[in-house]
Write a protein that binds this ligand. Structure first.
Ligand code: ADP
Ligand code: MG
Length: 263
């Protein structure tokens, strides 16, 4: 390996998948302005699974939007896979999203007229690349969908559809996968399967995942939980267990005035 290649290798291993520094984002203007993120700093190491939790309105979606370059912070810096998003124009952001990020949503967002294999290959084809059919088949087999590749989404259960969406998000081995309530529409058993798959993608293949969830059991599959309240990170927990996460969330969700604070 050349010295430059070695230096590059070292940089790639040590640069976080995602780093936010002092990110502030306001929605609206004037008296109606809401500070959705207030000086948020956060670093997501490569190959880790992070859960983001917090009461409704605490800034979780705004965090994901700023991290993915879908929202521009008012101040602060967002560096994804070594790229400063706050300097990038829309064309560059679109490219970064296509090439370096994967997305999984609560509603699976599959194209109903396409087969499972075609859905999985779609983002890569949008990026102007051809999906290797063997790779698509291999990934689907790994996610327990080997006998479903020619089915349409409507022929699958919710859990199966979400596994297709996960395969679609991970095919290009993006630097980071953002998942917003990925188990929100699933029953307990299907949710467990999906969480097991996300966990395995991190432990087995080194995928980096950031998942917003309100479910303490879902969060317990992560390596760490970051707790938001009022646009700020108020706590973090590593190797979380569901009971501890639930207890922490109960504290955060207490109605204003009952927690003994001055607000
Ligand atoms: P969460 O995902 O944790 O529920 P959000 O990031 O969606 O929180 O919202 C954070 C705050 O910003 C909330 O007070 C919300 O009402 C406000 N907000 C979010 N998006 C907008 C928007 N497009 N316009 C105005 N206010 C918004
Ligand atoms: Mg939200």
């Amino acid at each position: 390996m050349t010295r430059a290649a070695y230096a590059n290798e070292v940089t790639n291993k040590t640069t976080p998948a995602l780093a936010l520094r002092h990110v502030t984002k306001r929605h609206g203007a004037g008296d109606a302005a809401v500070t959705a993120l207030d000086q948020v700093s956060l670093s997501i190491p490569r190959g880790t699974f992070t859960a983001v939790m917090g009461p409704s309105g605490s800034g979780k979606s705004t965090l994901l939007h700023c991290a993915a370059g879908l929202d521009r912070p008012d101040s602060g810096s967002v560096v994804l896979d070594g790229y400063e998003l706050t300097d990038a124009d829309e064309t560059a952001l679109t490219r970064l999203r296509r090439e370096r990020m994967g997305f999984v949503f609560q509603s699976f967002n599959l194209v109903p007229t396409l087969t499972v294999a075609q859905n999985v290959a779609l983002p890569l084809e949008f990026a102007g690349r051809r999906a290797d059919p063997r790779q698509v088949r291999g990934l689907l087999a790994r996610l327990g969908l080997g006998d479903r590749i020619d089915h349409r989404p409507a022929e699958l259960s919710g859990g199966q559809q979400q596994r297709v969406a996960i395969a679609r998000a991970m095919l290009s081995q993006p630097a980071i996968v953002f998942a917003d309530e990925p188990t929100g529409a699933l029953d307990t058993q299907a949710a467990r399967e999906v969480l097991g798959i996300l966990r395995e993608a991190v432990s087995g293949t080194g995928q980096t995942i950031v998942m917003v969830t309100h479910d303490p059991v879902a969060a317990s599959y992560a390596d760490a939980v970051v707790f938001f309240a009022d646009g700020r990170i108020v706590d973090t927990m590593s190797r979380p267990d569901a009971a501890a996460v639930a207890a922490r969330m109960a504290g955060l969700s207490a109605p204003a005035g009952r927690s003994g604070g001055a607000r």
